[in-house]
Design a binder for this molecule. Structure first.
Ligand code: ZN
Length: 378
């Protein structure tokens, strides 16, 4: 061991557990957070994903690691193009406006700005390279100006039955019933674009990237062939994250693409997942009009991160009351070094915020202050 490093505290980098398994880390820890498609308002379900990813990175820094975070913006997407057309707007200008509103909600919720915020439109050439690499590896084929990734084994590796997988692929626009493909689970890495659609030149003609390929290319371009943590809403686990990982692994041979996944639980309202079509969206901007940002953050964080839950007005009130108790506890001078250690130990144990909160409230003093600082609640 080198002179100055001898005797230096290790921190907790060898004691981290995430998603139910040990995740010993070596700095910097690489986080890929699956970001927004900027075509609509930010609701509480989106906020849950980004606040949890933010908190997870903060916990890793508390453990003694450096973090590099990458949260993409999917600004090339058919959903976005359609939404812009409906509003009579140009898709680029419309996306920038939505991105600004999202950024405003995130900073209000004290979500730290990611180290990298790649935009899909700036990584199109890397999608072209990814498609070329997949073709060279025999894992993709070109047909009619499109490049399809061979994905017949992806549902099984995600542990899904074929009918369930097919339903989800259809729901997320992968068009499993498109007869141009060899297999329903082949997905587009590259697609031809009509004259009025966004498009870029490629060896296969003018076209645009597929969604999963965009995130694969942005992760490759920014963080390299593997990441430590892949975070996103649990509804994105399949097909999006499964295909993103499968494409990167097939193109690079590096496996697994993600050492750990952070599929954040869905937020429901009135018994259903929040969706514009259901009319049950709870907007972050509305909540922030009536409640302090720290109370909204605590509402999201005072629970098991991967469990889905129902939002109610009473839950926000409960979070606000708990926050007040924490502030009172933080004002006391007690708290043993053991209680400070217990807060850290709970947080690195699969982000057990409820346990850490219990210790902080009970012991007060530095234990509470450490928790408030780490979770950006102060
Ligand atoms: Zn993604």
């Amino acid at each position: 061991m080198d002179g100055d490093a001898a005797g230096a505290p290790l921190g907790y980098t060898d004691r981290i557990r995430l998603a139910g398994a040990p995740l010993p880390v070596i700095s910097p820890v690489r986080f890929y957070v699956c970001g927004i498609t900027p075509y609509d308002v930010t609701h509480l379900g989106h906020a849950a994903t980004f606040v949890w990813a933010d908190a997870a990175a903060a916990v890793l820094r508390l453990a003694g690691a450096d973090t590099v975070t990458c949260r993409n913006v999917t600004d090339v997407d058919d959903v976005l193009t359609r939404a812009a057309v409906e509003r009579g707007r140009h898709y680029d200008e419309f996306a920038l406006e939505q991105e600004y509103l999202f950024g405003r909600d995130m900073s209000a919720l004290r979500v730290r700005r990611p180290t990298h915020e790649p935009r899909a439109r700036h990584h199109v050439w890397q999608v072209v390279q990814l498609a070329a690499a997949l073709l060279a590896a025999g894992r993709a084929y070109e047909r009619g100006g499109a490049v399809y990734f061979r994905g017949c084994d992806v549902p099984a590796s995600a542990g899904l039955a074929l009918d369930d997988a097919e339903r989800r692929c259809a729901e997320f626009g992968d068009e499993p019933d498109d007869p141009a493909r060899d297999d329903p689970f082949d997905v587009a890495v590259w697609r031809p674009s009509a004259a009025d659609e966004p498009g870029w030149p490629s060896p296969w003609g003018r076209g645009r990237p597929g969604w999963h390929a965009e995130c694969a290319a942005m992760a490759l371009g920014v963080l390299g062939a593997a990441v430590d943590v892949l975070a996103g809403g649990e509804d994105l686990a399949f097909p999006h994250h499964a295909y993103q990982a499968a494409m990167v692994e097939a193109a690079t041979g590096v496996c697994p693409f993600a050492r750990a996944q952070l599929p954040v639980g869905t937020v429901r309202a009135h018994g259903a997942k929040m969706a514009k079509s259901t009319g049950n969206l709870v907007l972050v901007s509305d909540l922030l009009r009536d409640h302090p940002p720290a109370a909204v953050r605590l509402l999201l964080l005072d629970r098991v991160w991967h469990r889905s839950w129902d939002h109610t007005a009473a839950e926000v009130e409960r979070a606000a009351a708990r926050l007040e108790r924490l502030y009172s506890a933080a004002g006391t001078t007690t708290a043993s070094p053991a209680s400070v250690d217990a807060v850290t130990a709970a947080l690195v144990d699969d982000l057990d915020v409820p346990r850490a909160l219990g210790v902080a409230e009970e012991e007060g003093g530095e234990a509470a202050r450490l928790l408030l600082r780490t979770l950006a609640l102060a």
